[in-house]
Design a protein around this ligand. Structure first.
Ligand SMILES: Cc1ncc(COP(=O)(O)O)c(C=O)c1O
Length: 400
């Protein structure tokens, strides 16, 4: 809880004392901005609080790879420190990293970005996201965000003053957003469509035919797109065979899309805090200004690490992906067993004193353990289901 949190509660009271005709005096004025008061606390934090109370749970956690960053990345970071690379870099980032990213996107998706005018190195996708929202959204603009989605999208848009319209997705469509659902929610104030595939938390991927339909809607309604593709290399099964579908590759979308990506997930580099935004030159200046004033430049050492990731760590990416894939395949059986074991362990083992247990009436009186979970176990396993549902990160739901 931030130190001035109690003041926030009294701020609400102060707001109420001001009447519409009289502007609030300095003493009545809330200390926190409306934007800070209105933005919700992180649901992930709440989730951890719930999980912390539970024992014996399987953590599917946040999108935090449990691998250490590849060795060449670590060496590059250490070397950079030893070589005295401890100053700021250019605001947009080191040229060799921007060039490496442009070359990587060209090689993997046939996308062309000018490293000098269209690639910005950021403090993770998180900062890229914030700069993009600030650059594209004015107060009152609407942003469409398919959900379930990563926790930051809505609040960051809100902090930029925008109104968020969530677009529901469903298991029926494998959590891929449908063009119809987007179309139904567009209003004259809609300005940005946020896409995030492969999705955290559902694991959904975007198919080429769906993207092409979405592209038509975007162009018809003169929308812009922000595409968070941070999990682009962590695809499995059929989605892996087909290959990741990058949003700016759709007809007409490159000039309307800000592509966000980073090193946190693919290269197990969450702590290095390094990501990037690629935008057409017409939009790039806005992102660049926000970035300049917010952080000046991304961490220098991390930029050296990221260059090594792109040039020397491709095998490591594939090794980690395979390991996740093995776990993903094993998960349904494992989870089923875990649930079964858990529910039998928590089954009420008290000798039944009634003629028949109400939950399992067939259990012989006075002898058998009944199969019904105790109230405490039932409560816990329900919460565990919530935990599982909230944390599918990196899994592909369609094959489960
Ligand atoms: C979908 C998604 N986007 C962005 C981020 C933030 O990533 P970064 O570490 O690059 O700031 C996360 C982190 O969990 C994420 O899951």
């Amino acid at each position: 809880m931030p130190p001035d949190a109690p003041a926030a509660a009294s701020d609400d009271d102060r707001t109420e004392t001001a009447t519409a005709s009289e502007p609030p005096t300095p003493r009545e004025r809330p200390r926190l901005s409306k934007r800070a008061r209105d933005v919700p606390e992180s649901a992930i934090r709440r989730f951890f609080e719930i999980a912390a109370e539970m024992d014996d749970i399987i953590s599917l956690g946040i999108g935090e790879p449990d691998f250490v960053s590849p060795e060449p990345v670590i060496e590059a970071g250490v070397d950079a420190l030893r070589d005295g690379e401890t100053s700021y870099t250019a605001n947009a980032g080191r040229p060799d990293l921007r060039e490496g990213i442009a070359a990587d996107l060209q090689r993997r998706h046939g996308l062309h970005y000018d490293p000098d005018r269209e690639v910005l190195i950021t403090v993770g996708v998180s900062e890229a996201m914030q700069c993009t929202m600030l650059a594209l959204l004015d107060p009152g603009d609407e942003i469409l965000i398919p959900e379930p989605c990563f926790v930051s999208y809505g609040p960051l848009a809100q902090l930029a003053g925008a109104e968020v319209t969530y677009v529901p997705t469903s298991a029926e469509h494998h959590f891929e957003v449908t063009p119809e659902a987007i179309r139904e929610r567009i209003t004259p104030r809609s300005k940005v469509l946020f896409l995030s595939y492969p999705s955290n938390p559902t694991g959904a991927v975007l198919r080429r035919e769906t993207l092409n339909e979405i592209a038509k809607i975007v162009i018809e309604n003169d929308l812009l797109v922000i595409s968070d593709e941070i999990y682009d290399r962590l695809t499995y099964g059929r989605a892996h065979e087909t290959g990741h579908v990058s949003v700016p590759t759709a007809p007409g979308l490159r000039e309307r899309t800000v592509l966000l990506n980073g090193f946190s997930k693919n290269y197990a580099m969450t702590g290095w805090r390094i990501g990037y935004a690629c935008a057409p030159e017409s939009l790039f200046g806005g992102l660049y200004k926000a970035h300049q004033y917010i952080v000046m430049s991304a961490p220098t050492i991390a930029q050296f690490g990221a260059v090594a990731a792109l040039t020397e760590s491709q095998d490591a990416v594939e090794e980690m992906r395979r390991a996740y894939d093995e776990r993903r395949t094993a998960f349904p059986t494992f989870a089923r067993r875990a649930f079964r074991r858990k529910s039998s362990r928590n089954a009420c083992s008290k000798k039944s004193t009634s003629p028949a247990c109400p939950a399992t009436p067939s259990a012989p009186a006075g002898r058998a353990s009944c199969a019904a979970p105790t109230p405490r176990a039932a409560r816990r396993s329900k919460r565990r289901c919530v935990a599982f549902r909230g944390l599918w990160s990196g899994l592909e739901v369609r094959s489960l």
